[in-house]
Design a protein around this ligand. Structure first.
Ligand SMILES: [Zn+2]
Length: 94
């Protein structure tokens, strides 16, 4: 029997078995976050993932969904690891 998982942020039931335990809405915010890191790193030069998360989390213009994702990552070591892996995958320069 398939185990249903829930979004760690909002408890919505997750369809399928994504590697990161977010619902579709939070997954979308998460993808935007990954893309934004690339942009910010270009704009600010050297920016660590944690500094990036702190800035997004405290920016009044960040959307609610993104802030929830940022908080989830900052307080969950496993999510942080997935986030760091995704960052290095998507922002890798060949
Ligand atoms: Zn969610």
């Amino acid at each position: 029997m398939e185990k249903k998982s829930k979004c760690v942020i909002c408890n919505r039931i997750i369809e399928g078995s994504p590697k990161i335990p977010f619902c579709s809405l939070h997954t979308r915010a998460y993808s935007n976050l990954i893309a934004k890191y690339g942009e910010w790193k270009n704009a600010y030069g050297d920016l660590s993932p944690r500094e990036f998360l702190d800035r997004i989390g405290s920016n009044e213009y960040s959307g609610r969904w993104v802030k929830e994702v940022v908080n989830a990552i900052l307080f969950n070591r496993e999510l942080m690891q997935v986030f760091l892996d995704d960052l290095s995958f998507w922002n890798r320069r060949d």
